[in-house]
Design a protein around this ligand. Sequence first.
Ligand code: 13P
Length: 342
Amino acid sequence: MAHTELHDIAQALVADGKGILAADESGGTIKKRFDTIDLESTEETRRAYRDMLFTTPGAEEFISGVILYDETIRQNAHDGTPFPQLLESKGIIPGIKVDLGAKPLALAEGETITEGLDGLRERFKEYHDLGARFAKWRAVYTITDELPSEYAIWTNAHALARYAALSQEAGIVPIVEPEVLQDGTHAIERSYHVSSQVLNALYTELFDQRVDLEGTLLKPNMVLSGYGASNRAGVDDVAARSLKSYYKHVPAAVPGIVFLSGGQSDEDATAHLNAMNARAPHPWKLSFSYGRALQAPALAAWGGKPENVEAGQRAFYHRAKMNSAATSGLYAPEMEREAVAV
Ligand code: 13P
């Protein structure tokens, strides 16, 4: 694999006005999402839900790539087309979540290490054959007064870099996702400090393990006050703190930063992204790789009912369009009221 091909894929994922849909919920997570609409999670309901999202007319105007789960990459649309081929036919790049989840980190109460490195070279080969051209690995860190420990920060950074190296070897662009959870009562300064420590360790390990940064994307949390904090920071403060952290710790060789939404409201996730892009130019593209913040209104509008497929698609199209506007700093809350025809 020529490195330039990885660079081209990474750049295509952050093409102007476009971002990524994270639709790679594991079995446990998608069940939690379906519980909110009283829908049983079966292989067929999961397939039907992803079918609704992926066949949304016009979504490709705003969506460059979709992250799939192991089950989903093997499923078909209602007309029998395998999902990866369906996406490709719309000019959307198929991606794959390859980590096997965060497990308790030995001798580190309350902390986790993300697993999935054993056999990953072989799994990458299969995923490439199935059509995946980019991948995702998520590490998770909790903020308390004492945590995360240096131990959790560096072991997870090491694993992220091992994953990224194997991914590039397979001709697949690695998205590295170190998620600092924003639950708790911490002030934004604490989130800034922890998020920066995590990025520092990650880019040290990526450099040491010879990962070609131009063929990667970063998927971080935004720097926020804890969801339970009093006096939570406003949109401008979030944008300023987040950017300060990236300017210090994310090399300019990285083509794009594609955020997770991490439990923010849909409109907060859009407004924060917009505020960062309103301060452009930046060395990297700033875009989205949202799960909940792209899907929540679509899931609610669909409700698991075939007769609501179009309503679900309208809701998904609208959120994708709002986030697309935010990639160029052109989003305004008034746009939320515009009716969007599918
Ligand atoms: P959220 O946007 O719902 O945080 O999901 C993004 C994601 O892929 C988490 O791994």
